[in-house]
Design a protein around this ligand. Structure first.
Ligand SMILES: NC(=O)c1ccc[n+]([C@@H]2O[C@H](COP(=O)([O-])OP(=O)(O)OC[C@H]3O[C@@H](n4cnc5c(N)ncnc54)[C@H](OP(=O)(O)O)[C@@H]3O)[C@@H](O)[C@H]2O)c1
Length: 249
């Protein structure tokens, strides 16, 4: 039977690439983000590319910063889609938040989006999965959840926090037929930060999405994208010399 995936932050970057990748594999799509015009454009592009009249694509405007409104906003989308097999909590932001420069408001805003907003989205997904008796929750965390990066302390904290939430959820939900997966991207060429190309082993959103969807379909608990070279370097994360990371900052 055709599966259905709901993706937050689908209007650009990896979320958009994930939508195309899932569509290529035949899924129905639920797409959420603030920029509804881009979601409508994405829906039209997917329909034009795959020309599958049976495919359902539902879109909704969602601002995860309004955390109390996330579940009420997503409920009608779940209802419109019927059974939703996978929810990918992908929406996120990044910006430099150097320490000691009075950037608390920026750091708090980032944590609101990446941690509180992500947890609010995950909670809405879990509520739906519990009601339908099955599901797979996927969180787009980051390799930055494992390794501090200078001037990105708030981002690293948000992703480490989200990874911990996902791990706890995985343990709690194991007996409820709900799988939890966290995807840890390395550096992906998107608009999330300027000059992404200067970071090591940066890959296209399409490649990251292709590998991520394969890991999701294998129902991995944790997956690193791109696999090369990060899968082999991952054990060293948290132990890499400070000087190396300072060069990246
Ligand atoms: N690019 C990388 O190197 C990299 C590495 C590791 C992890 N990640 C993670 O991957 C995810 C996707 O990032 P990306 O690189 O694809 O960046 P992106 O191109 O900037 O996309 C971010 C997406 O998140 C959505 N978003 C942002 N704030 C939102 C909010 N308040 N409410 C709802 N949606 C919101 C945006 O949609 P709207 O603006 O339309 O709302 C957009 O669709 C993020 O969680 C990011 O932390 C990225």
């Amino acid at each position: 039977m055709t599966k259905t995936v709901l993706i937050t932050g689908a209007s650009s970057g990896m979320g958009r690439a994930l939508a195309f990748e899932f569509a290529a594999r035949g899924y129905h799509l639920g797409l959420a983000a603030r920029r509804l015009d881009l979601l409508a454009q994405l829906r039209d592009e997917v329909q034009a590319r795959y020309a599958d009249p049976a495919r359902r694509i539902e879109i909704v405007a969602l601002d995860v910063d309004q955390s109390a409104a996330v579940a009420p906003t997503l409920r009608p989308l779940f209802a419109a889609l019927g059974t939703v097999d996978i929810v990918v909590v992908n929406a996120g932001v990044n910006r430099f938040t150097p320490v000691g420069r009075g950037e608390l408001a920026q750091a708090a805003q980032l944590i609101q989006t990446n941690l509180i907003g992500a947890i609010a989205s995950a909670e809405a997904a879990i509520e739906h999965f519990l009601a339908q008796g099955a599901g797979q929750l996927v969180g787009i965390s980051s390799l930055a959840s494992l390794q501090a990066i200078p001037k990105q302390g708030a981002y690293c904290a948000s992703k480490a926090g989200f990874s911990m939430y996902l791990d706890a959820a995985r343990m709690e939900l194991k007996r409820k037929n709900i799988a939890v997966c966290r995807i840890l991207p390395g550096f992906v060429l998107t608009e999330i930060m300027p000059k992404m190309e200067k970071y090591p082993f940066a890959v296209s959103a399409e490649l990251a999405a292709r590998e991520a969807v394969s890991l999701i379909e294998q129902r991995k608990t944790v997956g690193v994208v791109p696999a090369y070279p990060w899968r082999w370097l991952r054990p060293f994360f948290g132990h890499i010399p400070d000087a190396l990371w300072r060069k990246l900052a």
